[in-house]
Design a binder for this molecule. Structure first.
Ligand code: ATP
Ligand code: MG
Length: 580
């Protein structure tokens, strides 16, 4: 339950709504409890009537009582309406704030967090877990206040009428609360299983349809169907179980209410015959007991609800307590001039224990280009992640314009860099929006858009689409070819006029002629740049080339120097030349 105390700050923010809600709960119950009192007194009054009363008297009496009863119900219902309007709305507002808080926090967290946790889990905590927490803040709190206030009002009246009868009729209620608690817990356990099975089924379906090409190519449709059927079958079975228990829930409550009513009538009758109470009191007790059963039943399911909310909040807190590993401390204006230096940098991925970078050093001067080549897994992408400070080195130092990367204004440094990652990610939006994603200025001129598209050798492709720059990509839009995606990604980096350009193997899917064209355009920009590639052709014009192996430099120099050295690089070059 301790985890829920995290929400107190929100309850304090919305304290006036909550307080007003409690006042409405009180008001609603106050008028509700007046009703049995009224009926009881009515009964007692009627028992004193005799033949002397005319039918007109009765009519007048009925109308007067009816009007009074209507008034009581109306006021009580109005307060009930207001109670929901305040407390339930408060819970929705807190849900909104909490989701925003989690979302903002997620965005601050570093790559390592996303490597550690899977996307489904991350999304679940902001959606389903927050919903469970809202159930505590809304219905949970509302029913709890209702229970306490109503019980106090009703029991006070009951004790006033007959303490002994009170004791007898109240005894079954806690037993009922316990039974309902057990049933609710069972329902919640099975619901969780149903939810898990449902999400398993959706994942399976999603995998099938996103991977439909591979499935059809390997003719695996029957296997996939079997897997889906099995999953659906088990979902069906658990759902049936849930339906059964859910169906038992209300009848159980009604039987228990019935038992309490019978007890009230029977015991009330006995006391009545001993002439200790009036008929009106029995009527009041029957109403009272009926009035209390629902709140007492709610103890059962509210307890289960609060337990679920506490478990969810605990999961949410786990993520909220995660500290971003990389934080910007410097908010001074910063302009990147173009120098990067690695001094004996080493880095090990904690999760795999792989030492991806091992004592790496190099310098890059303003306007220079650095080519990094190396076998797969040699650490090339890791170097770029280090430059962008997505990760921090375990040993050594990275200097940006001669200042440690830990001390510069990271936000501005990143804003001035254009990164083309190895895995292109495009949003399901238009081509134009995808390119403009790289740019801060929303009112960018059309000419600039065309210019970058031309520089990345994409313009003619875009013009071939009927809707040109407005072509929708991805889901239900046009799918670009691998090379087109890469070139769009380059346009995205270029549109922001980067002072540093990082290209991670982003020309692998284009032919060498196009590659030359794009590389020439980039070279004309004279931007400090790092180009990562498997192909010598992509980096051969770089001012400096590093050949990486197991995170260390095995060769370094210009294309010419490396060729004349006749080492690994020269061998690779000859091999790739003969392949073309
Ligand atoms: N997120 C990660 N978690 C754990 N280990 C990783 C992670 N990313 C990379 N590695 C490991 O670090 C090493 C270097 O990876 P890196 O991605 O830098 O290689 P690369 O040279 O870019 O390879 P490629 O040419 O295939 O893109 C690899 O052995 C890889 O398995
Ligand atoms: Mg890579």
């Amino acid at each position: 339950m301790k985890s829920l105390s995290y929400l107190n700050k929100y309850l304090i923010t919305y304290k006036w709504r909550l307080l007003l809600g409690i006042i409405f709960v009180f008001g609603s119950n106050w008028f509700k409890v007046e009703m049995p009192n009224f009926f009881g007194d009515l009964t007692d009054e009627l028992t004193t009537w005799s033949d002397t009363n005319s039918p007109d008297d009765l009519l007048y009496f009925a109308l007067k009582s009816g009007a009074y009863f209507f008034l009581l119900s109306f006021i009580s219902s109005f307060f009930l309406f207001m109670m929901r309007q305040t407390i339930i709305i408060m819970s929705r507002l807190i849900e909104f704030d909490l989701k925003n808080e989690i979302y903002t926090h997620y965005q601050k967290l570093s790559f390592s967090f996303y490597r550690k946790n899977n996307t489904g889990d991350i999304i679940n905590r902001i959606s389903e877990d927050v919903t469970k927490v809202r159930m505590y803040l809304g219905p949970g709190l509302m029913y709890s206040f209702n229970l306490v206030i109503l019980s106090i009002l009703v029991i006070k009246n009951m004790l006033h009428e007959s303490p002994m009868l009170t004791l007898f009729v109240l005894t079954p209620l806690p037993i009922m609360s316990y039974i309902i608690y057990k049933v609710s817990s069972k329902i919640s356990t099975i619901s969780t299983v149903v939810q898990e099975e449902q999400s398993h089924m959706s994942t399976l379906a999603q995998e099938t349809f996103t991977g439909i090409r591979v499935i059809k190519a390997y003719e695996r449709t029957h296997e996939m169907e079997d897997r889906f059927n099995k999953s659906a079958e088990s979902y069906k079975k658990t759902s049936m179980k849930l339906v059964l228990i859910n169906s038992l829930f209300m009848p159980t409550i009604f039987i228990l209410i019935g038992i309490s009513t019978i007890v009230s009538i029977y015991l009330g009758g006995l006391v009545y015959y001993e002439s200790q109470i009036t008929l009106g009191v029995i009527i009041k007790f029957i109403f009272y007991v009926n009035m209390l059963t629902w709140p007492f039943a709610s103890i059962g399911f509210v307890t289960a609800m609060i337990q679920r909310a506490a478990a969810s909040q605990k999961r949410i807190n786990e993520f909220l307590e995660e500290k971003p590993e990389i934080v910007n401390h410097n908010f001074q204006p910063f302009t990147f001039h173009g120098e990067i230096e690695f001094k004996n940098v080493s880095f090990t991925y904690k999760n795999s224990g792989i030492k991806a970078i091992n004592n790496l050093s190099f310098t890059l001067k303003k306007g220079e280009s650095l080519g990094i080549i190396g076998k797969t897994g040699s650490g090339k992408s890791t170097v770029l992640n280090l430059i962008m400070r997505q990760i921090d080195p375990d040993e050594g130092e990275i200097l940006i314009d001669g200042v440690s990367i830990l001390d510069i204004n990271l936000d501005e440094f990143r804003n001035q860099s254009g990164v083309v990652p190895q895995d292109v990610y495009l949003f399901s939006e238009t081509i134009k929006e995808n390119i403009l994603f790289g740019c801060m200025d929303e009112n960018i001129a059309e000419e600039r858009l065309i210019e970058v598209a031309k520089m990345s050798h994409l313009y003619h492709n875009i013009m071939d689409f009927p809707k040109q720059f407005e072509t929708l990509l991805g889901e239900r839009g046009v799918n670009l070819s691998g090379g087109q995606k890469q070139r769009l990604s380059i346009s995205r980096a270029l549109i922001r006029h980067p002072r540093l350009l990082l290209l991670d193997d982003c020309l692998s899917a284009v032919d060498t002629e196009t590659e030359d064209f794009i590389l020439n355009n980039l070279a004309n920009l004279k931007t400090t740049s790092v180009i990562v590639s498997h192909r010598v052709s992509s980096i051969r014009n770089a001012d400096k080339i590093i050949n990486l192996e197991n995170g260390t430099t095995i060769e370094e120099g210009t294309h010419k120097v490396l060729l004349s050295n006749g080492g690994e690089y020269a061998k690779l070059y000859k091999k790739q030349l003969s392949e073309n």
